[in-house]
Design a binder for this molecule. Structure first.
Ligand SMILES: C[S@@+](CC[C@H](N)C(=O)[O-])C[C@H]1O[C@@H](n2cnc3c(N)ncnc32)[C@H](O)[C@@H]1O
Length: 232
């Protein structure tokens, strides 16, 4: 999978994706991440990527030219490849695990990060294929939202995590929150691990986990169960 991130702060993307699971996935070449500096596509001497809003008002708006030029240059490097072009925006579709799974099935994704007051509306209307929000709050830029998407998507790409099965039981993948997890010691200051997890009986453990996941979901996110019922 290849992810290209258009940003005026490529260092933010580079720094985070160089570490841990993402860093290893990049090193192994399973996921390619390239942070592309939008200023390299600005036509003027000052490498301007933003301008004042027409009609007045506070802040600056990201200009069309560098964003269109960057997307055109990047897609021209891969003739025939179909790119999902994602704009990070608080006005987009709210990110969830279903959307993450959908993006993980793609081989080529371009992510556009806004700054200031956001991007010129013509980018939204005529360039991008998707608009994604990571939640109902406003951040200063699209880089952290882009990293949220990259992290969530990359861990579903085969080979990125050590144990693929861990993804299937995780919260939201199965439609439920994940069951509680414990590790050694079995007795920590008198706090015991549920007996069944020490039994070695895989069927009993599977059943316990299923019941615990249902109970946890019912207590914390009953909306997920209602959603599941609607689908079945
Ligand atoms: C300060 S925000 C602009 C908000 C815009 N003026 C509005 O009211 O919708 C700057 C940039 O940060 C990114 N951003 C901020 N919050 C976000 C969120 N919740 N999800 C996705 N991107 C977000 C977007 O790329 C956005 O263009």
């Amino acid at each position: 999978m290849r992810i290209e991130v258009l940003t005026t702060f490529p260092g933010i993307i580079e720094a985070v994706t160089a570490e841990s699971i993402l860093g290893r996935a990049r090193q192994k070449g399973i996921v390619e991440v390239e942070a592309v500096n939008l200023r390299d596509f600005a036509a003027d001497r000052h490498k301007t990527t933003d301008d004042e809003p027409f009609g007045g008002g506070p802040g600056m708006v990201m200009k069309c030219e560098p964003v269109f030029a960057a997307v055109e240059a990047l897609t021209a490097r891969r003739p025939g490849a179909r790119a999902r072009i994602v704009l990070m925006t608080p006005q987009g579709r709210r990110l969830d695990q279903k959307m993450v799974e959908e993006l993980a099935a793609e081989s080529y994704v371009i992510v556009v990060c806004g700054r200031y007051e956001g991007v010129d509306e013509r980018i939204r209307e005529h360039l991008v294929t998707d608009e994604i929000s990571i939640g109902d709050y406003v951040l200063s830029g699209g880089e952290i939202p882009a990293l949220v998407v990259i992290d969530a998507v990359a861990r579903l790409v085969p080979g990125v995590l050590g144990d693929e099965a861990s993804v299937e039981s995780e919260s939201f993948s199965s439609g439920l929150l994940e069951y509680p997890q414990y590790t050694r010691p079995a007795d920590f200051r008198g706090l015991q691990v549920p007996e069944v997890l020490l039994s070695g009986n895989h069927e009993l453990i599977r059943q316990w986990r299923r019941v615990a996941a249902l109970k946890r979901t019912r207590e914390r996110r009953p909306d997920l169960l209602e959603e599941d019922e609607k689908c079945n």
